[in-house]
Design a protein. Structure first.
Length: 570
């Protein structure tokens, strides 16, 4: 057995060495002209996904030049209110695609092409696919300026390298980008999970156990006594020189009595399986305490390909009176390592504390399609929609002004992998405007309400949702609001850089926004997080001197429309 395990590990290390050499032979330049300092790295644990690139600091401001890392051509341009915001994709002859996100502006050639297409489609939000003849770029060409667009909490560049054919993100730090890092990963806790009939320290509940460090060596002072099947997890993060931000690790190895039980490595990711992070990490610890705990046992409904599955999917079977020498080796992408050693003591007396398998600790996935049908609610769960075996529970309650029953489905601390179909029966369809009915999720002691849409059919409102918690139906018959910020009736706009407005909606959310000058559509820029709508000066530079009419038309998801018209002078 030891020979087989050694052979597998040796083969894996040979393949890894070849892959790293392959990456290092690709000669990319840095996407920025300043030292590479990171606020986030590849495969760092995030909500519902592993981070698929590098977050490069731009000194807290927008406007830094972004360079093409190699010769290639612009293959995609994307403008969105969310995600990467303004994003650029460049395909390179090496077989990789570089991605630049949260941009504020593109180069003039790209910006001109984009603006033309936005006017053709009369939409700011747009995705454009280009061929190799349209916008070629040279290595080191300035292709954009850094920014804070999309789902960004501060100015920075989100940067990725993907395989062009598969679109799988590759760890950018395997290439020749220079990021200073001589700091080994930090280890804070281990977590022990009783599985099936397992017991740990007289309990069937998972145990968070602190780790001690001395002279760079990590150990566990608390005695760990167990029996039956258990899983382990490790709370570990990495930091880089010149940055206090928490980053992710590159690899984790788990050895038991010198045998490799578990190995994970963050060389590349796959968007189609990225949400399985919710069964890889300790979901509840991350959600409640922001602890980055990597589980070292692989659940049945886990399709991540970051593992070398060595023995029993990382699950340990603890026997009576036996001692198990456990070792974790955690490595960052620069080769810095930390090692943790501890002992697990087997004791069959732990069986006395076993009652029945706990839902908290079962790792079997929901394999089959399941549904619950009541007179006022229908829940249809698709196959493999959850990560562990659970019986779907419903609790009915009251909610002010609701037009259906209010139900709490399961627990919002339980992750969902696939969208499920939720249908709520409307109480009295004759007394309401059905077209204005919207299904909403309710959380935070019933204070946070988020619209989830919904389609009406035969007395029911149906929506696809992707989280557990409270749900009901409300009515949205209120039009959005439009507030003038730096413009008013008969304002002379000559000399202004932009016209600014604030647009808000009280429930279903802004769906469409359009601006017109003298009944001609003009491009506007909407920033949801600040509710700002701007029309930049270049959009009205064609105006002749005199009076003109400016009109805004704002529509929410339930087709409530607000219209604001004023006269402007130029």
């Amino acid at each position: 057995m030891k020979k087989t395990l050694f052979s597998c590990l040796f083969l894996f290390l040979v393949v890894e060495s070849f892959a790293q050499k392959q990456y290092s032979e690709v000669n990319f330049r840095s996407p920025v002209g300043i030292p590479l300092l990171l606020s986030g790295n590849f495969a760092e644990l995030r909500s519902n996904h592993f981070h698929t690139g590098l977050d490069i600091k731009t000194k807290g401001v927008s406007g830094y030049r972004i360079y093409a890392i190699d010769t290639g051509y612009v293959s995609r341009i994307n403008v969105s209110h969310w995600g990467y915001g303004k994003a650029l994709y460049i395909d390179h002859p090496s077989g990789y695609t570089s991605v630049y996100g949260h941009l504020s502006k593109f180069s003039s050639a790209i910006e001109d092409y984009l603006r033309q297409q936005q006017y053709n489609q009369q939409s700011e939000v747009i995705t454009l696919y280009l061929d190799s003849t349209q916008i070629p770029v040279s290595k080191s060409e300035v292709v954009a300026l850094s920014g804070n667009s999309g789902s960004s909490s501060g100015p920075h560049l989100h940067f990725e390298v993907r395989e062009t054919v598969s679109e799988k993100p590759v760890n950018p730090l395997l290439f020749n980008f220079k990021v200073e890092d001589d700091i080994p990963p930090s280890i804070y806790n281990i977590k022990v999970y009783p599985l099936d009939s397992g017991v740990v320290n007289n309990s069937q509940k998972s145990q968070l156990i602190p780790v001690s460090t001395s002279s760079g060596k990590y150990s566990v002072k608390q005695k760990i006594v167990a029996y039956g099947e258990i899983g382990l997890g490790i709370h570990t993060i990495d930091k880089l020189n010149g940055s206090g931000n928490i980053c992710g690790i590159y690899s984790i190895e788990l050895f038991v009595d010198d045998q490799l039980y578990f190995f994970q490595q963050m060389e590349k990711l796959d968007f189609s399986t990225n949400r399985y992070i919710n069964t890889h990490k300790d979901y509840l610890e991350y959600k409640k305490n922001r602890r980055s705990i990597h589980k070292s046992s692989i659940s049945e409904n886990n399709e991540l390909d970051i593992y070398a599955k060595v023995k029993n999917n990382g699950k340990l079977t603890i026997s009576s009176t036996k001692e198990y020498a456990v070792k974790y080796i955690v490595t960052d992408v620069n080769g810095n390592q930390s090692e943790l050693n501890f002992t697990i003591y087997g004791d069959s007396a732990q069986q006395n504390f076993f009652k029945s398998p706990s839902f908290e600790n079962q790792l079997n996935a929901v394999k089959f399609r399941d549904s619950i049908v009541r007179s006022d609610i229908r829940v249809v769960m698709p196959e493999k929609s959850m990560y562990q075996s659970e019986k779907v529970s419903l609790v009915k309650d009251a909610y002010t002004n609701s037009k259906s029953a209010y139900y709490s489905i399961m627990n919002e601390n339980i992750p969902v992998h696939k969208k499920f179909v939720l249908s709520l029966k409307l109480k009295d369809t004759s007394a309401i405007n059905i077209s204005k009915a919207v299904l909403v999720s309710v959380s935070g002691d019933k204070k946070k309400v988020v619209a989830r849409g919904g389609k009406y059919a035969n007395g029911w409102l149906e929506a696809n949702v992707k989280k557990f918690g409270g749900y009901t139906v409300l009515i949205d018959s209120t039009a959005p609001k439009i507030k003038l910020i730096n413009v008013f009736e008969n304002k002379n706009i000559k000399g202004l850089s932009y016209l600014q407005f604030k647009i808000t909606d009280d429930l279903s959310g802004i769906k469409k926004y359009n601006a017109f000058i003298d009944d001609k559509w003009v491009l506007s820029n909407y920033i949801p997080r600040s509710a700002a709508l701007k029309i930049w000066a270049k959009e009205w530079k064609y105006l002749t001197p005199g009076k003109h009419t400016l009109k805004l038309v704002i529509e929410d998801e339930r087709e409530n429309v607000a219209i604001k018209s004023i006269h402007i002078n130029y």
